[in-house]
Ligand binder design. Structure first.
Ligand code: RBF
Ligand code: MG
Length: 312
């Protein structure tokens, strides 16, 4: 995938560009379906598949109430979009002045003249341009005379029984409720957070017998408090473990922590960035009467997690 982070770097239109536009937060199965449709159509006309996205998320610039917590931060989003097989990703800086570009000018100056768009595939509710004036109907009115194909991508239902569609909003809700197995279903992969391993209170190993790596989150969206079976990726190797998210109410320091205990692991990873994949929620966090009870519960959590993770 070719990554373009500045529209000025495009000096020549792409050959037979098939385009999609979106925020693609989460790169969930709905996004993946659109992107694959773009790739297929581009292949059928010997063209170039192009995805256009924005950085930061437009709501971070435009909304007074702020943007929702992102499912995928910039780096992960780029990685995931690359994995779909799209030829070109344009991630354009989203500023107030960019937001002021009219839908008309966006189509003519950017999509047609700069990118060389021959076809576009977007979701039926997608809106773009100043005052969100651009949408499927606007595109059709405008591009008809230019011989550009406008294709509406179908929504992907959450499941066979349900009529609601896969959306970034839905993924956020599910993750915040700790329903990480359902998140897997909507994302086509496990929900992942990334962060740096930082110094904790040095209590896990010495006091409880289970050392944990405390994580300073890069991500904005964190699963609900509780204990989870996880896998951890570090330096291209995958490890199994258990995570605890919350305030460790057995102690009275009231510090929110995301920590993981890795099985069969004793390397120094302070300062390293690790990735944590959430496989299954095990239980709520609770306050124990003493350290022994907590320690015994953690042993059971580990046995539980080992069973859950057995065939991963
Ligand atoms: N702390 C609690 O106060 N209550 C819990 O239910 C709890 N569950 C945990 C489960 C696991 C698998 C792990 C690794 C930790 C858990 N902790 C819990 C956090 C524990 O108190 C913490 O790791 C140490 O205090 C070190 O910071
Ligand atoms: Mg720790």
């Amino acid at each position: 995938m070719e990554l373009i982070t500045n529209l000025n770097d495009i000096t020549m239109p792409f050959n037979n560009a098939v385009v999609t536009i979106g925020n693609f937060d989460g790169v969930h199965k709905g996004h993946q379906a659109i992107l694959h449709q773009v790739i297929e159509l581009a292949e059928s006309i010997d063209g170039t598949s192009v995805a256009i996205t924005f950085e930061p998320h437009p709501l971070k610039v435009l909304s007074d109430s702020g943007a929702p917590p992102l499912i995928t931060m910039y780096e992960q989003k780029i990685e995931l979009l690359g994995q779909t097989g799209i030829d070109v990703l344009v991630s354009t800086p989203f500023t107030q002045s960019f937001a002021a570009i009219t839908a008309h000018s966006f189509i003519e100056d950017i999509l047609i003249n700069k990118i060389g768009m021959k076809a576009i595939i977007i979701g039926k509710d997608y809106k773009f341009g100043k005052n969100r004036q651009g949408n499927v109907d606007f595109l059709r009115q405008y591009t008809g005379t230019h011989g550009i194909e406008v294709i509406v991508a179908n929504w992907i239902p959450v499941s066979h029984q349900l009529t609601d569609r896969i959306s970034s909003t839905r993924v956020r809700e599910i993750v915040m409720e700790g329903r990480v197995e359902e998140a897997w279903h909507l994302l086509g992969r496990f929900y992942q957070i990334r962060g740096e391993v930082v110094t904790g209170r040095k209590r896990g190993g010495p006091m409880l017998g289970f050392p944990t790596a405390n994580i300073k989150l890069i991500d904005e969206l964190c699963p609900k408090m509780g204990v989870y079976a996880v896998t951890v990726e570090w330096e291209k190797t995958k490890y199994k473990g258990v995570a605890n998210i919350g305030y460790a109410p057995t102690f009275d320091d009231h510090l929110f922590t995301v920590e993981v205990h890795l099985f069969d692991f004793n390397e120094d990873i302070y300062g390293e960035t690790i990735r944590v994949n959430f496989i299954k929620r095990i239980r709520d966090e609770k306050r124990f009467a003493d350290i022994n009870e907590l320690s015994e519960q953690i042993s059971r959590d580990i046995e539980n997690a080992k069973t859950i993770l057995a065939d991963l």
